[in-house]
Write a protein that binds this ligand. Structure first.
Ligand SMILES: *Cc1c(COP(=O)(O)O)cnc(C)c1O
Length: 341
């Protein structure tokens, strides 16, 4: 353990967080005249639990991670923004990220006036450990590694990631948005014992709740405490907390299994399709597909009513489309169109 407090921005380390009415009186029964709420019940007239205790307890059981190692936010995007704001001094510090990868790290950093140093992935989108470490300096506070990576679809091994965390003097943020679709196990069970690793997950993909906005960060208790200290007090609405709990009562494992089966079927079919140059193996719920004329295929698919993500302009993905795996019926429509092109 290297101790992370030296990495925290001084204004955050010295902050007295906002204390809500619900923090100052935690009982559930009584006449509540403390929060200037409307007293007329309509299901939503009271402020939600700022600590999301019930939902955290449920997620703790599902993931096998203690409650004290869990942060919940308005999508993973909130966690990304909060990490930048805990650790990075605007106009001074920088972050390192792999390229190509998820665009939000860069946008969130730019909004916070933090330099982003992008390090290209190597052959077959492998992690270039030496180049990543070489891109860091004393001002590098965070390193973002997405695994399985969006849009390349490959996952990095836990030993690679842990060795990177050990060699890096800042915080390693591993974005596991697609981990449920991967044969590589999550790093989340290891975060409590590491001083500088944060694992991000989301309910937006495998769990099927993109519309609810619920992201998770798993880390040691100090980092979770810092993130919780600076979040909006009521960052998760009552609706999100209740509906997520309700949705989590039903297992979504069959959906993951079907998606993985379909991923193999679609990849194999595409590999036999004229005009398709390459389909990368994927550990996620999408395929990166290189075609002869990406812009043309993209437009033709739209003409047939199928919308995919055109990644043709993204460095490292020239000529590529990113295609999400749909239901078997939806995938049949895609394959039929691709074969007709
Ligand atoms: C989809 C996705 C997310 C999810 O973000 P939310 O804000 O939780 O919906 C996070 N990271 C990556 C790499 C993604 O592709």
């Amino acid at each position: 353990m290297k101790g992370i407090d030296r990495l925290v921005r001084r204004n955050i380390a010295e902050l007295t967080p906002y204390s809500t009415a619900r923090d100052e009186y935690e009982g559930a029964l009584g006449v509540f005249l403390d929060a200037n709420e409307s007293p007329y019940p309509n299901g939503w007239n009271r402020y939600p639990d700022p600590h999301q205790k019930k939902l955290k307890q449920r997620i703790s059981e599902l993931k096998g991670i203690p409650v004290g190692n869990i942060f919940l936010g308005n999508g993973s995007d909130e966690a990304i923004d909060l990490l930048l704001r805990v650790f990075c001094n605007p106009g001074k510090d920088n972050v390192v990220a792999i390229s190509p990868s998820y665009g939000m790290y860069e946008v969130a950093a730019q909004i916070n006036d933090i330099e982003v140093r992008k390090v290209p992935l190597g052959e077959d989108f492998a992690l270039d450990r030496e180049a990543l470490l070489a891109a860091t300096d004393a001002q590098t506070k965070l390193m973002f590694i997405c695994s399985p990576n969006n849009p390349t679809g490959n996952a990095f091994s836990n030993s690679e990631l842990l060795s990177l965390a050990e060699a890096f003097d800042g915080i390693l943020v591993v974005d596991e948005a697609y981990i449920d679709f991967s044969k590589v196990g999550s790093l989340a069970p290891r975060v409590a014992e590491m001083d500088n690793v944060v694992v991000l997950q989301t309910m937006s993909k495998a769990a099927g709740m993109a519309g609810l906005r619920l992201g998770m960060a798993f880390s040691n208790t100090r980092i979770i405490e810092l993130m919780s200290m600076i979040k909006y007090p009521y960052n998760l609405s009552q609706a999100t907390q209740e509906l997520a709990l309700q949705n989590l009562e039903e297992s979504y494992k069959w959906k993951i299994d079907e998606t993985i089966t379909e991923r193999t079927r679609v990849a194999e079919a595409l590999r036999c399709t004229a005009g398709v140059l390459k389909v990368w193996d994927s550990e996620a719920n999408f395929l990166l597909v290189k075609v002869k004329d990406a812009d043309l295929v993209y437009e033709r698919l739209i003409g047939g009513g199928v919308i995919v993500r055109n990644r043709n302009k993204v460095p490292g993905c020239l000529g590529c489309l990113r295609i999400s795996i749909g239901t078997p019926k939806e995938n049949d429509i895609l394959l039929k169109l691709m074969q007709e092109l």
